[in-house]
Write a protein that binds this ligand. Structure first.
Ligand SMILES: [Zn+2]
Length: 133
């Protein structure tokens, strides 16, 4: 992961404790963050993931615990968005496939979401078109 980003020429810092969720990699100039998440602890929601399954025993313990982890992740993500950070999650089960991770990383770091424009902003109603004389 780190070698990949470095090889692409991106400058970053490691483990910023001052940001919600303590991201693994911080790209201050791009205002982007990368989290490398363990599939089990962060409950990777992918049918392809073979690691995130909740154990069969002690479910009364694991289910609420893992749910809290996930809720915390969502809260952190919201807080980071509000601060203007773009975030990428790299999952544990993906890290074995370095070509895929490299592409994901490159896409994330080279493409910036349009600023000042929200993709789901409500469109203005076009009532003015039917102007009466
Ligand atoms: Zn996974």
């Amino acid at each position: 992961m780190r070698k990949l980003a470095h090889g692409m020429g991106f400058r970053y810092r490691l483990h910023s404790a001052s940001l919600p969720g303590k991201p693994d990699m911080v790209f201050p100039r791009l205002r982007k963050l990368i989290f490398v998440h363990g599939c089990f602890w962060h409950q990777h929601q992918s049918p392809k993931c073979g690691i995130s399954r909740i154990p069969k025993s002690n479910r009364r313990y694991w289910i609420p615990k893992l749910r809290r982890n996930r809720e915390r992740d969502i809260e952190n993500l919201k807080a980071l968005r509000a601060l203007g950070w773009e975030t990428l999650f790299v999952w544990e089960c993906e890290t074995g496939r370095s070509d895929r991770v490299a592409r994901k990383l490159q896409h994330f770091l080279e493409h910036t979401a349009a600023k000042g424009k929200r993709p789901n902003s409500p469109k203005l109603p076009s009532r003015e078109q039917s102007r009466r004389p």
